[in-house]
Design a protein around this ligand. Sequence first.
Ligand SMILES: N[C@@H](CCC(=O)N[C@@H](CS)C(=O)NCC(=O)O)C(=O)O
Length: 279
Amino acid sequence: MSADSTAIVCTFHLLANGIRVKHEAGRLRAMVRTLYGLSYSPWTHRALFSLDHHRLVYRYVEHLPLLGELRLRRLSKSAKPTVPLLITDGAPTMGSGEIARLADREGAEEKLFGADMPAIMQWEVRADAILEVARARVVAGLKASHEAQKEALPPFVPGPFRSIFAFTAKQGTSFVAKKHAVAGEPDQRVVDEVFPVLDVLHAALVDKGEDTCLLGTFGYADIVMATAVSALSPTPSEPGTRKLGAASLALWTYPEAPTRYPLVYAWRDRVYTRRKVPA
Ligand SMILES: N[C@@H](CCC(=O)N[C@@H](CS)C(=O)NCC(=O)O)C(=O)O
């Protein structure tokens, strides 16, 4: 193999493993980024969207609630760790917002955090309000659905054993419910807490036409709101890790949301088709 083709093969190997070669102080240095996430979690989708926007290289590792807790605590150096969690050369960045900020610092594409920080943070608060309710719906639904529990098991559990081990997914869900203090009657919470936020988003979009940007230029506000509304009606063009089975998809779907807010969901589709950079 020639020196050139060896270099190409090595480059592919490094990229596939989330290793970026950085030129620092006249020397080349390998930098390893690993993102721990939950493939179905909209918080993870925010982080993926932000890292991909800046075309940063990372390796993705699926977290397993309960079973992966100790690893997460060790990596994050936190007693109450959450995903998404990005580890860069051993250093943790926890939280989707912090990861988006890191992406802005390390990436060279258009900045996600523009000038109007108060407005951006207001959209993040609204998006989080939707996600708390979506999580409550999924937790309640997963506890009741044996099929969804089977689908939630990691792929290495072989078919014949998935039914037997479904209860471990239920235990993981109870763990998440307790850890994140999930409460309330979820469908009522959609009406009381989510619809008012969707009313605000609808009002912000009324005069926007085909525009994808809530605040003038594309950024974090668009990412948090598009991924949040997807938590009630996923789009087929979600970030690549999301492959929901039919029973799980039902838990993430609240059919009245897209029916009641067509403008919002048309905007969400535009954000994904025009702005989501493939991983
Ligand atoms: N504010 C955090 C929230 C993240 C969060 O709540 N993550 C949940 C997603 S359900 C999680 O880590 N669950 C798994 C676990 O706690 O083991 C962020 O923006 O990333």
